[in-house]
Structure formats: C-alpha cells, structure tokens
Write a protein that binds this ligand. Sequence first.
Ligand SMILES: [Mn+2]
Length: 197
Amino acid sequence: MADRAVKCTRKTSETDIVLELNLDGKGDAKIDTGIGFFDHMLTSFAKHGFFDLNLTVKGDLYVDCHHTIEDTGIVLGKAIKGALGDKKSIKRFGNFFLPMDETLVMCAIDLSGRPYLVYDLNLITERVGYFDTQMVKEFFYAVSYGAEMNLNLKQFSGSNDHHIIEAAFKAFAKALDEATSIDDRLNGKVLSTKGSL
Ligand SMILES: [Mn+2]
C-alpha cells in the first residue's frame, strides 16, 4: 500500500501553517510552533503514533497562544482526513488507556465522518510553560472537526497538568494509530453497514 501522506497549508492574518503528515511513518517529527510545550506534545504524538510529522507554524504569539494552537488543530485534523482518503480497510475504532506516573487518561476514537468531542480532563493550572491549559480542549475540538472524528478523552486520575496533557496527547496518538491501521479481513471494504464513512 502506498504511504498515506499529505501536505496541508493554511494562511490567515493570524497564522501561517505548513504541515506534512504520514500516517504510515516511523514517528519522526520536526516541529516548530513557537510554543515549547506544544512542540513537546506534538513530538510525543508523532513518536507514539508512529506518524511522521513536519510542522511549521508562524502564529501571532504577541496576542497569545490561542490562534496558533487552535489553527494547528484545524490543519492537523484536515491532514488526518486527507491522508485517510476513502477509509477502505481501516479499523475505524481505536482506544487507549495511557498511564503517566499518577495520571491515567483514556482516549477513544471513531473515524466515523461525524465530528464530536467529549472532553473530560480536569486541569488545575492556567498554563504549562507558554501553553494556556484552556487550549487543550480547543485543540482537540479543532482536530475532531477537521478530521470528522468522534474523539473522547477522559481522565481517570492525575494531579500534574504537564502529565495530564501529555497523557492525553499520547493516548490520542495510540488510539489514532489503532483506528487508522489496516484490518486485512476488510479486504478493501469500509467498516460500516452503510458502506461508507
Ligand atoms: Mn513531558
């Protein structure tokens, strides 16, 4: 099978984004968003999902981190949708419980073609580094709509925001890796009684 890879660009007066994603990669990442903690999260996402991700974001960080993080979510979501193409033979569903020290976060995904975010993380601090913790929900909302996926994130334990957010990104990576992987039993068909996703 050919690599499922895409390049997406998006330019507005607030952000200028160039993103290359390969769903069948090795976990190699080259990320520069201008927000150190966000780079750390996206590098973890690529590594643990075995996705190759090249991303450059020039955002209006003199305002705050909002546009940079939200718009990156929009473009990543669209890249996932684009790379998946007709969704033939993919497992469609994926889920993962990701432990990180005191933290446990679950991510469940359905690449259904219908966007929906269920977000249940309880973050305590206002920011981690230069990353506003309110933006975690905005990021995953943008990804779920861009990719047209049902994305469910639930925190079972955790008290350190760095751990909770990192566990969410890694759980998302593992769940997406499973949902996008191929089930040979589908033999080129789409896993839906409707016949399309
Ligand atoms: Mn970390």
